[in-house]
Design a protein around this ligand. Structure first.
Ligand code: ADP
Length: 171
């Protein structure tokens, strides 16, 4: 591991990225020298957006954060972290319901790679009940998602579910 640079990996599906994810990214980018936002390839899930689309959306949201980069993550997370020279995995914690799964995963990852610690950041209260699946459901049913996702993501969702209302996106 590179001792000079404190590097962390923030893994997730980001299908699509929400303001909750962005809040965690921004805060983790302040805590670490470098943050790799790693989009997980999950064969069990049928994503709405392709890996490339999710990477593009995340990059667009992070242009103001020079120490953040976006990558795709295939295979074992701890191996990815080790290969990237990361000392930590960042995860966001929302309601209590996140805890059991996150605790299980962090414990397993510690067994696999004790040198990579897991760092949990509590969500801001306003994003505590925000999830990508909820956002997709609202967008699919024609609701406004602007309060939940960055403008570029809201635009993509409109393009996907209501192309006639999407118009052009100007950042
Ligand atoms: P996964 O499929 O790995 O749960 P997600 O994209 O749903 O991927 O979430 C990635 C990470 O971001 C997880 O640690 C999750 O708890 C966190 N997260 C998701 N939504 C929020 C939110 N609204 N506030 C804070 N953290 C969040």
């Amino acid at each position: 591991m590179d001792n000079q640079v404190r590097r962390a990996v923030y893994p997730g599906s980001f299908d699509p990225p929400t303001l909750g994810h962005l809040d965690i990214i921004q805060r983790a980018a302040q805590l670490f020298d470098e943050l790799i936002v790693a989009i997980a390839v999950n064969s069990q899930k049928q994503p709405l957006f392709s890996l490339e689309e999710r990477a593009e959306m995340l990059r667009e949201c992070c242009t103001h954060l020079p120490n953040v980069r976006v990558a795709t993550l295939e295979g074992l997370l701890v191996r990815f972290a080790q290969q990237a020279g990361a000392c930590a995995i960042v995860r966001g914690l929302r309601a209590v319901s996140d805890f059991e799964y996150e605790f299980q995963m962090a414990t397993m990852n510690r067994q696999l790679a004790p040198e990579v610690d897991t760092c949990f950041l509590m969500t801001h209260q306003q994003f505590a009940f925000l999830s990508s699946s909820m956002v997709k459901e609202v967008a699919r049913l024609g609701g406004a998602v602007d309060a939940f996702v960055p403008p570029n993501v809201a635009h993509r969702l409109r393009q996907r579910f209501a192309p006639e209302t999407a118009g052009n996106f100007h950042p």
